[in-house]
Design a protein around this ligand. Structure first.
Ligand code: BGC
Length: 724
């Protein structure tokens, strides 16, 4: 009602302006607010937001601005905010409720800086560790991504509509952006509609249908030759018509211009504006020429006003829902009682703890304080705020980031945490940084070897840093960079027990560590309290329970290593390979697989069964597992259920995740867990692009990780073909 009324009073210029989103952090675009009737700015910080909003209120119709920002693991561009572990790191918790709570906090803090919309969550599927943006994802499994993303979106958008503590979410990058060739960011993606429907669209579908996400962001890349920006099937037919997106589509940065300047599918920028609009983009991020060129297109009769009206209506609807036309226009929760308050920081620590994945332990952990007199701490990431917090933590463009600027006060590095621990435990701590991740002017090998020779334990914090990940930073070589490896080898030469804390944006190839370290803890970018979390795991103050959501390759040439792979590789019959499907010069399995992670408790799967092994159409599959914590420590196990369709009309993966439960079991406790797999999850996309459950045998596999040896197989039979 109010949208239509307002639309009826708007000029053509005012309408086109509503479709514009321009940067507030550089250039002189904010000067254009009135002249171009701009509807949205991104990356607006400090007082800028309220000042611009005041100016917008004074325009002819007083249409409020909507401000977007990349608050992707906390409202990190604001130095007072609560930073969380990166999406990849936090996903290792497999904790949906935690996702929700982190998003609620981010929403409230974002709103406290006068902003209304986050470009989060990222629903890209991480299938190639060379890609620079793996850190932004929830890992490699499409179904898990959907589960975690839905909770995140609900958290941002709030339980009852947009109160003053909720923001719009944006599911991005639509779609299959993680599938570009060679892990090359924004490059061409060669995939089929069937694969889109099977793997890449489902998380977005869940975001729209189940979590009612307020916006989608169009990916930079092209799929099978068609840039997402001009793909009407994706933007309009699927997202808006089929799924019923109750929100709007925003392009990524300069997508419209790039159709002409980078992808060369439009001979000029005017054609780029025309095609972007007609495909279903409702807001154009950072293409200033969209304003004059679209006005020309309208004047020339090449764009029907109904197309513009529909896009404007979608944007205005969200502004109304946010209350920006009413009492919420200038509302912002009080900063001092909101930003970075203790209760929020506590959730960040909880996330860091739950994100820790113990990948290896020969019994050295937890550290026995009575037998440890001297601890040597080494490595580039032992005292590095930037590596600990990860990408998108340091303001727009992150140019000014140093270890002493953003979020320094909040952050507890491993060095700080161990220094504190040395006050209460009887060990002496020596710290030698040693190698850098990127700079190899490292000259402390001799000192490290000497110090290691007299240490009871060496803790090495290795990995990568900001300059090695993120947009524009794909890597061809995933080995430990700089002299990190040489530094670890020096410890080995000294025969010192070695515990590695892996603080990195994503999986790297670390077979030497797997072979030589006594223990390995993976935190990825574990957030401001990552150092504290590492310390708590080391000393057994916290019993780790995280599990990987992404597989670690042994070597870069082993990629792809995602667990949901196919059979049929011509390696099978080779006697030399013992019937294993693998490269002749590479092991079959990844170094560490999806779903893997250890605990200080021992979990036994005492029994596993399905409630019924004959499944009628629309009947759910119920899996029952008896789990026992056979140890004297309380602990967390993430029980996983996978599915394999044995014979089907199209090839299907050897297994795919279809259920899980994060179970906290007290020492000695035994419990029956029931996991329900909705019938719909047995479906595949057939050759005609229909979603069907095909009759026949399936294997339900239940256990501790995606590795075959960790799973018990339970056969079931579906009685009839069922179209969904
Ligand atoms: C990224 C998006 C981000 C946008 C705005 C782009 O370069 O791909 O993920 O939301 O910039 O900062």
């Amino acid at each position: 009602m109010r949208v239509q009324d307002l639309l009826g009073r708007m000029t053509v210029e005012e309408k086109v302006g509503q479709l514009m989103q321009l940067p507030a952090h550089f250039g002189d675009y904010t000067d254009k607010l009135e002249e171009w009737h701009i509807g949205s700015f991104l990356h607006c910080t400090g007082d800028n937001a309220v000042n611009l909003q005041r100016r917008a209120a004074e325009t002819r119709l007083g249409i409020p601005l909507i401000f977007g920002i990349d608050a992707i693991h906390g409202h990190c561009f604001d130095n007072d905010s609560t930073v969380f572990p990166t999406q990849l790191s936090a996903s290792s918790s497999w904790d949906k409720d935690l996702m929700y709570r982190m998003a609620r906090i981010t929403a409230k803090e974002t709103r406290a800086s006068g902003l209304h919309w986050t470009f989060s969550p990222v629903l890209c599927v991480a299938r190639d560790a060379r890609w620079g943006r793996v850190n932004e994802t929830y890992g490699e499994d499409p179904w898990l991504i959907g589960e975690l993303a839905a909770e995140t979106i609900k958290g941002y958008q709030g339980p009852q509509g947009y109160d003053g503590e909720s923001i719009l979410a944006c599911a991005k990058h639509y779609v299959a952006y993680g599938e570009t060739l060679g892990g090359r960011d924004s490059y061409e993606c060669d995939t089929s509609r069937r694969k889109l429907l099977s793997l890449f669209l489902p998380p977005f579908e869940k975001a729209v249908k189940e979590a009612n996400v307020a916006s989608l962001m169009t990916g930079y890349h092209a799929i099978d030759g068609i840039p997402c920006t001009v793909d009407k099937w994706l933007l309009t037919d699927v997202a808006k018509t089929q799924w019923g997106l109750d929100g709007f589509v925003v392009t990524d940065w300069e997508n419209v211009r790039s159709l002409h300047t980078k992808q060369y599918v439009c001979a000029d920028e005017k054609e780029a504006c025309l095609r972007s609009l007609l495909a279903g983009n409702d807001m154009m991020m950072s293409t200033p020429e969209f304003y004059p060129l679209t006005l020309e297109l309208i004047a020339e009769g090449r764009v029907d006003m109904s197309v513009v009206d529909e896009a404007v209506a979608r944007v205005l609807k969200k502004k109304f829902e946010l209350g920006l036309f009413d009492e919420m226009r200038f509302f912002a929760p009080d900063r001092s009682s909101t930003m970075g308050i203790q209760s929020h920081l506590n959730v960040s620590l909880e996330a860091s703890l739950k994100s820790m994945v113990l990948l290896q332990n020969n019994g050295i952990l937890p550290i026995d304080p009575n037998r440890t007199r001297k601890v040597l701490l080494i490595g580039p990431n032992a005292d590095d705020v930037i590596a600990q917090l990860g990408d998108w933590s340091f303001g727009s463009m992150q140019a000014g980031a140093t270890n002493d600027t953003y979020h320094r006060d909040q952050t507890v590095t491993v060095l700080q945490a161990l220094r504190n621990a040395a006050q209460s435990y009887p060990f002496a701590l020596e710290y030698i940084k040693g190698a850098d991740c990127v700079d190899d002017g490292f000259s402390e090998i001799v000192q490290i070897e000497a110090a290691a020779a007299t240490a009871d334990l060496v803790i090495a914090c290795v990995g990568d840093t900001l300059a090695q990940n993120g947009e524009f930073h794909d890597r061809a070589d995933l080995t430990l960079s700089g002299q990190q490896q040489a530094m670890l080898e020096a410890v080995k030469r000294a025969n010192a027990p070695l515990v590695v804390a892996f603080i990195a944006s994503k999986p790297l190839t670390i077979p030497w560590i797997a072979e030589n370290a006594d223990a390995l803890i993976c935190g990825f970018n574990p957030g401001p309290f990552g150092g504290e979390a590492v310390k708590q795991v080391l000393f057994g103050e916290y019993n780790p329970g995280g599990k990987l959501t992404v597989s670690f390759p042994v070597h870069v040439g082993q990629i792809p290593v995602y667990y949901n792979k196919y059979t049929g590789w011509h390696a099978q019959n080779s006697a030399r390979l013992n019937g294993e499907e693998r490269y002749i010069d590479m092991p079959k399995d990844p170094l560490f697989s999806f779903g893997y992670g250890l605990s200080y408790s021992t979990f036994n799967y005492l029994s596993a069964q399905v409630q019924s092994d004959v499944i009628e159409p629309m009947q759910d599959v119920v899996v029952m597992v008896t789990l026992e914590n056979d140890s004297d420590r309380d602990g967390t196990e993430i029980v996983q259920v996978y599915l394999r369709d044995l014979y089907s009309s199209v090839t299907t993966p050897i297994k795919r995740l279809c259920g899980f439960e994060r179970v906290e079991l007290a020492a000695g406790e035994r419990r029956e867990i029931r996991i329900t797999i909705p019938f719909e999850q047995l479906a595949l996309i057939d050759a005609n692009l229909n979603k069907v459950v095909e009759a026949g045998e399936f294997h339900v596999m239940v256990g501790a990780s995606s590795r075959d040896e960790a799973l018990v197989t339970l056969p079931i039979r579906v009685t009839h073909d069922t179209a969904l």
